[in-house]
Write a protein that binds this ligand. Structure first.
Ligand SMILES: Cc1cc2nc3c(=O)[nH]c(=O)nc-3n(C[C@H](O)[C@H](O)[C@H](O)COP(=O)(O)OP(=O)(O)OC[C@H]3O[C@@H](n4cnc5c(N)ncnc54)[C@H](O)[C@@H]3O)c2cc1C
Length: 274
C-alpha cells in the first residue's frame, strides 16, 4: 500500500488499474493514454471486506470484485449491494470489475452507486501525505466526475447496516448485459422509521429523492414493518421522478427514463412494505 501511494504521488500521469473493465475500454476505444498504469488487484487489503459489529457497519475494499458480493455472507448483510452486483455485465465482467472502478469512473449509470447513495456510504481515500473520508453525496460531482485529486486512491468504502428491507432494480434495453437506462435503490431503516431512495441514470449524478422520502415519512409510520396503499406507492414514484433531470441520449429518452424510474421507485416501496 505504501509503495502504491509513493508511486501515485510521484507520477502525476498515473492511472490506477483495478479490473480494467472500464479503463481498457477507454484505452482501446476512446484514445485514453495513461502515462503510468498502477495495478491494485494484487493488494490483499484492498480485496477484503470486514463486518464491524461494534459500529454496525461493513467496510469493503475498493478492489473487491463483484463476484464476491453476489452471494455468501456479504450478500446476506447487504442484499441491495448483492442485487446490484448481480446486474453488472457478464460473469467475466463481475469477476474483474470492482467498487473502486465504479467510483473511479463515476458514470451516472454505474450500478453500485445508487446503493452507496441510499446507504449514505463513506468513501475512504488515501494519499501518501493525507487521508480523507468522503460521504458519497460529496464524492460524485458530475457525469464521470469525482472529487479525487492527483495522487489519491479509493482504499475502501464503509456502509452502515440497517434493520429493514433493502433492494435494487434497474431498467435497460434488454434483460442481461445491459447498462441502466434507469435504476433505483431503496433502503428501509425500520429503527429510524425512514426510507432512503437513490436513483441512477436520471441526472448528472446519483439523485437522493429527499423530498419524496420526507413526503412518505409524513404519510406512513415507517418504524418496524409498514404497509402502503397502491395510491401512496404510485404517488411516491411520481414524486421521486419529479426530483430527477434525465436526458435523451442513444440509450433512452428523458420521458421514458422519468416514467421508468417512477415505476422502479413504486415497485421497490411495495416490495419493502409487508
Ligand atoms: C461489457 C461490459 C459490461 C459492463 N456492464 C456494466 C454494468 O452492467 N453496470 C455497471 O455499473 N458497469 C458496467 N460496466 C462498467 C465496469 O465494469 C464497471 O464500472 C466496473 O465497476 C469498473 O471496475 P474496474 O475494477 O474494472 O475498473 P477499472 O477499469 O480498473 O478502472 C476504472 C476507472 O476507475 C479508476 N480506479 C479503479 N480503481 C480505483 C481506485 N481504487 N481508486 C481510484 N480510482 C480507481 C481507474 O483509474 C479508471 O479511471 C461494464 C463494462 C463492460 C466492458
Amino acid at each position: 500500500m505504501d509503495h502504491l501511494l509513493e508511486l501515485l504521488a510521484d507520477h502525476d500521469d498515473a492511472s490506477v488499474l483495478a479490473g480494467g473493465t472500464d479503463l481498457m475500454v477507454e484505452v482501446n476505444l476512446h484514445g485514453r493514454r495513461p502515462g503510468t498504469v498502477i495495478p491494485v488487484g494484487g493488494l490483499e487489503e484492498m480485496r477484503e471486506w470486514n463486518h464491524r459489529p461494534r459500529s454496525n457497519s461493513v467496510t469493503i475494499g475498493a478492489a473487491l470484485p463483484y463476484s464476491d458480493m453476489e452471494r455468501g455472507p456479504l450478500a446476506e448483510l447487504l442484499p441491495a449491494l448483492a442485487q446490484a452486483a448481480r446486474t453488472v455485465g457478464s460473469p467475466q465482467i463481475r469477476a474483474a470489475g470492482t467498487i473502486g472502478g465504479n467510483l473511479g469512473t463515476c458514470s451516472p449509470a454505474g450500478d453500485i452507486l445508487p446503493v452507496l447513495a441510499a446507504l449514505d456510504a463513506t468513501i475512504h481515500v488515501l494519499h501518501r501525505d493525507h487521508s480523507r473520508d468522503i460521504r458519497f453525496a460529496d464524492f460524485m460531482t458530475g457525469v464521470k466526475r469525482n472529487c479525487l485529486t492527483p495522487g489519491e486512491v479509493v482504499h475502501s468504502v464503509t456502509v452502515p447496516l440497517t434493520r429493514g428491507w433493502q433492494g435494487y432494480a434497474k431498467v435497460g434495453t434488454r434483460n442481461a448485459m445491459v447498462i441502466s437506462t434507469a435504476s433505483a435503490c431503496l433502503v428501509h431503516d425500520a429503527e429510524e422509521g425512514h426510507v432512503a431512495l437513490a436513483l441512477g441514470a436520471v441526472a448528472p449524478t446519483i439523485v437522493r429523492a429527499v423530498k419524496a422520502e420526507a413526503w412518505l415519512s409524513r404519510q406512513v409510520d415507517l418504524r418496524g414493518t409498514f404497509r402502503v396503499s397502491p395510491e401512496t406507492a404510485h404517488e411516491f414514484g411520481l414524486r421521486a421522478a419529479s426530483e430527477t433531470s434525465p436526458i435523451t441520449d442513444h440509450r433512452s429518452t428523458a420521458e421514458y427514463r422519468r416514467h421508468a424510474v417512477s415505476v422502479l421507485a413504486r415497485r421497490l416501496l411495495e416490495r419493502s412494505a409487508s
